[in-house]
Design a protein around this ligand. Structure first.
Ligand SMILES: Nc1ncnc2c1ncn2[C@@H]1O[C@H](COP(=O)(O)OP(=O)(O)O)[C@@H](O)[C@H]1O
Ligand SMILES: N[C@@H](CC(=O)OP(=O)(O)O)C(=O)O
Length: 418
């Protein structure tokens, strides 16, 4: 049995959905399909969340344009206008509107999850119905009923014990050959919706692969596989044929956006091979991530760019040394504001970190650090990581740019650049 994960880009139009069906029908195997929201739906829903919690005008038109986007797709796919898909999709939009009629709950993350989940609920419904119409019976599963998390809204942590009981019961494969379910979503034990963090559908696919002990996981993307750079950034990027779990974890950790950082851990534990491959070319073998020895990794330089970073330099107000107590106080502040630190460098009396610029958290974070420390920061910097660096690769990335901070180990070089 296999798990196939398709992201938003694969089903962003009626043609995308038709292509998806072609791929699924080509394989004719027992499978679980994990699907994300169509196209940029999650971004659109995030805008609706922001408008809702800050009680802005214009929510109705935002919801309407999202509904139109989905309606256009189903109009193109389903010739019979009395197909049940129309009512099902309408019903999700009614539920969304009903939620938006209420007052915000005062917990932003809770409202976020209750609203943003509609993207995946709607996409899986459309795709499941279209697969049925195309002659492949399948079962639509509401993943929130079996993939259980705690109540850390927006970043739900998996309840492995409970999920390991419920998931195999749900995906039993008796009289069902193909299941379709939502990536990115989970449910608490009290049946509230949670999400697993942006781009978390890859992670869902990995969790289900682990629990169901599948033979293989395939993640279908709009690129030929994992490349040695984002091909939208460096047009001469080359595909990596085969990499180890370890290398894949490193690439994701440093910010290669092609795969969610949490994806590799569960499949590595059970040595499940992961193929990252192109939904645009079924004949392309993609990149295989497996137990290969590290030596077998292609050791060409791999370039990873993180944009919109903030470099924060922190110094105790009394010029005292940066010691364990300071560091521990600082790290608890980062954890409290859920800010992931992408790079750390410390000297005797100062400490620098590079973090993502998420406006909402950053202001509060800096305000809290400033109570006991002197803080300076540069916004709009880039963090470039080069795995398997050589002088040519370093020159290529840094030439003509101001280096604000630099760090090198044997395998990895990182530069904060203006
Ligand atoms: N090293 C890389 N190799 C391949 N693609 C990359 C890499 N780094 C970033 N990307 C980007 O990742 C995108 C695919 O990931 P993503 O958009 O998250 O897919 P999906 O939404 O379908 O899950 C590609 O379109 C590409 O621009
Ligand atoms: N729809 C969610 C989850 C996800 O993983 O999407 P995608 O597979 O399209 O990156 C998001 O955009 O964050």
């Amino acid at each position: 049995m296999n798990i196939f994960k398709f992201g938003g880009a694969s089903v962003n139009s009626a043609d995308g959905v038709r292509n998806f069906v072609k791929i699924v029908q080509y394989y004719r195997e027992e499978m679980v399909i994990v699907l994300s929201a169509m196209g940029k739906t999650t971004n659109a829903l995030e805008e609706i969340v922001d408008a809702f919690v800050s009680k802005q005008e214009g929510i109705d038109s935002k919801v309407l344009s999202l509904q139109k986007y989905h309606t256009n797709i189903i109009n193109e796919l389903f010739p019979k206008k009395d197909d049940r898909v129309f009512l099902k999709v309408e019903s999700f939009f009614e539920q969304l509107r009903a939620y938006l009629q209420k007052s915000p709950s005062l917990i932003y993350e809770f409202d976020y999850d209750q609203i943003v989940c509609f993207g995946e609920l709607i996409s899986t419904t459309i795709v499941s119905e279209y697969l049925r119409l195309s002659g492949t019976p399948n079962k639509w599963v509401d993943i929130r009923t079996c993939l259980k998390t705690d109540d850390t809204y927006k970043e739900g942590r998996i309840d492995w014990e409970l999920s390991q009981k419920l998931v195999p019961q749900t995906f039993g494969f008796t009289n069902t050959f193909v299941y379709i379910t939502q990536g990115f979503l989970g449910g608490t034990t009290t049946n509230q919706t949670t999400t697993l963090g942006r781009e978390g559908s890859d992670y869902t696919a990995a969790i289900l692969s682990y629990i169901l002990d599948v033979d293989k996981l395939a993640i279908w993307k709009d690129v030929p596989g994992i490349m040695n750079a984002d091909p939208k950034w460096l047009s001469d990027a080359q595909k990596l044929e085969r990499i180890s779990y370890q290398e894949a974890i490193e690439l994701a950790f440093y910010g290669a956006k092609v795969i969610h950082p949490k994806t590799i851990q569960p499949i590595r534990k059970k040595k499940i091979p992961l193929q990252v491959r192109s939904f645009l070319d079924i004949n392309e073998s993609g990149t295989l991530i497996s137990m290969a020895y590290k030596k077998q990794d292609q050791l060409i330089p791999v370039y990873i760019r993180k944009q919109d970073q903030v470099l924060i330099s922190i110094r105790p107000c009394d010029f005292s040394f940066i010691l364990e107590e300071n560091l521990s106080a600082l790290f608890s502040i980062f954890a409290k504001h859920r800010t992931k630190v992408n790079l750390i460098q410390n000297s005797a009396i100062s400490f620098s970190v590079c973090v993502d610029n998420s406006d909402r958290r950053l202001k509060n974070l800096i305000a809290e650090i400033s109570i006991n420390f002197e803080v300076k920061y540069n916004e709009n910097v880039e963090l470039i990581t080069i795995r398997h660096h050589n002088s040519e690769a370093v020159e290529r990335m840094t030439n003509g740019r101001q280096i604000l901070l630099e760090q090198r180990s044997r395998d990895t070089a990182q530069f904060v650049l203006l």
